[in-house]
Structures are given as C-alpha cells and as structure tokens.
Write a protein that binds this ligand. Structure first.
Ligand SMILES: [Zn+2]
Length: 317
C-alpha cells in the first residue's frame, strides 16, 4: 500500500460568469505528487505541467502565484495523457491524500470533461490532511493554510511554496507528523459520486457518535421526509429508534436539528446538513452526538427562538 499525496493547480477564466454556468469551472494546469510508503517516507516524486485546452488565458493571479515562465505551460502535456501517466505512477489502490477537500473533486471533474474512465463511480475515501491537522491542533472548525502548518510544525522549507509539487511535498511532511489514531479515525469521503443506493450509504463511527452520508435524492422534499434519514436512533443500542425530545427545526433551511432520548444512553442530538452534488442530487450528512441536560435545554431554547422568528415572518412552522 502507498499513500499518494497530490496537489493540483488550476486556472479559471475571468469573464464574470458564475462557475455553475460553465462546463469546466477550473481547468487543471499542473499536477504534483509524492508517494509515501507505509512508514510515510517519501519514495517517489511526480510533477507535470498541463497544456491548457479550454482557457488559453491564464488568470494573472495564478500566473503570478505559480511564477510561470513565458511559454512554460505550452510545453505541458495534454490532460488525458498526463492523467493516464499520473495514475500509472500512482499504482493500484492508492490511499489518496490532499490538503483540503477540493483536489479529488476537481481531478474527477476534469477527467469527466475529457470523457476519461472515472476514478470511481462511488464516493472515494481519502485523507484530508488539513482536517487531520485541525484535529491534531484541537480545532477542526478552522482551516489552516498549508504554510501555517509547516511553520507551526517547524518543518524545513527546502522547496518553494505554491507549485503543485511543493504543496504535495509539504502536505506529505505534515501527514507524517499526524498521530496514527487521528490518521485512522479522521475519515473523509469525496462525494463527486454519491452512494448509489441505501445499501451503499456511508456510516462513519466516531468516539462521540456517528455520521451518515445518504444516497442522492432528486427531490429535496423526498429526502426531508424519508424516515430512514429523519428518524433518530441510538447507535449505542444498535440502531433502536428513540423517543423524540426536540422535533426537527431549521433556521436557514440547510442545517436541521432535532434530538431524541434513549432511556439508557441519554440525549442524542441529530444534526442534518442538506447539500446538492455535482449531478444536482440532494443528499444529507447527518451526525448523531450524545449530549447532556444543559446542551439539551439550550437546543430547546434554540428551537423556541427559531420557531418564534419564523412565526413572526409568517413562515409556516
Ligand atoms: Zn441507547
């Protein structure tokens, strides 16, 4: 088994259009990667510039950041050829590692644009080193820049930043400092492809609860009325439905909260985030967490306030 730590640089046009209106929002212009062995030691390097096909003009900010020399990109490889070579270099069943959440999605998007064989037709499990570093620092809410992590860990800056290779290289160095239990427990999935069926849905068990990533729904209301998603259960009892203590409510129609009460294990807080994926399907990420009496009272209060505000605005409760 080997870890493939990779980073992409991409270009986006500056014509004022929203990225949703484009067939390809970000065109990959560079791939950089390092391969690490099971002991997280660097065993191989990969670096490739891509000749742009979709957007010939490189955004000046990107040009400046990458410090590209004139004509440098024109010598790059055609995307499909570069990716085929890259995947060959990766070898079978790589463990994908990236800084942040975007790179695997963009890689798959660009591959789809060129009608290449997809990396997978399902969610891809990967290591989000940025998130792991946040867990290690005790702060998952804040997303730190890679260079900040490198500084905080006092890693030697022996390669200049902001090229795909260097970012992959430093991400690999940070990964090597993440304790094993965090590497094992901090699980991420790239959801460019959602679970195709209920059977394939993703369950992640954590120390304080569990997380579910549902399949996709064409209609948002179908998702919000699916008992499988909306019924609160106690994971500690093996998925037994618990008594509802606080009914579902939402302040923004994106994040929903409710709570249940298990006779044996106490209050279960349910948080449901509704999202839309690449293929315009709706899905939810639902988290269960066990909470105490005080947090329960807080939630009840939050629901009362939310409902009052909605009543005042004339929104149906
Ligand atoms: Zn229970």
């Amino acid at each position: 088994m080997s870890y493939i730590v990779f980073d992409l640089e991409w270009n986006q046009p500056q014509d004022g259009k929203h990225s949703d209106e484009r067939e390809l929002a970000f065109e990959i212009i560079e791939i950089g990667a390092v391969k690490l062995n099971e002991d997280l030691k660097l065993i191989s390097k990969y670096q490739q510039l891509i000749r742009p096909q979709v957007y010939q003009e490189i955004n000046w900010r990107i040009r400046k950041m990458l410090a590209l020399k004139p004509g440098e990109l024109a010598k790059g490889k055609h995307f499909p050829k570069a990716v085929r070579e890259f995947l060959e270099w990766c070898g079978p069943d790589p463990v994908w590692c990236t800084w942040g959440t975007q790179d695997l999605t963009e890689l798959q998007r660009n591959m789809a644009y060129y009608e290449m064989t997809p990396l997978s037709t399902e969610p891809i499990r990967y290591m989000n080193v940025q998130k792991m570093y946040g867990v290690m620092c005790g702060n998952i809410a804040q997303s730190k820049a890679l260079e900040t992590a490198v500084d905080e860990l006092q890693l030697r800056k022996d390669v200049p930043f902001h090229r795909a290779f260097s970012d992959a290289y430093y991400t690999g160095k940070v990964l090597a400092r993440i304790p094993e239990e965090i590497r094992t427990e901090c699980v991420s999935y790239d959801l460019y492809h959602l679970p195709v069926s209920r059977k394939k849905e993703i369950h992640i068990d954590g120390p304080d609860g569990e997380c579910l990533i549902t399949k996709g729904y064409e209609d948002r209301e179908d998702l919000l009325h699916d008992p499988h998603v909306m019924t609160i259960q106690c994971g500690k009892c093996g998925g037994i439905t618990v008594k509802t203590a606080v009914r579902w409510f939402t302040a923004n129609n994106k994040v929903f909260y409710a709570a249940g009460c298990c006779k044996e294990h106490g209050y279960v807080l349910a948080k449901l985030r509704v999202r839309k994926n690449e293929q315009s399907l709706f899905y939810a990420e639902r988290e269960y967490n066990y909470i105490d009496e005080a947090a329960m009272e807080e939630l009840k209060q939050q629901r009362r306030e939310t409902m009052e505000k909605q009543k005042a605005k004339g929104v149906g409760a």
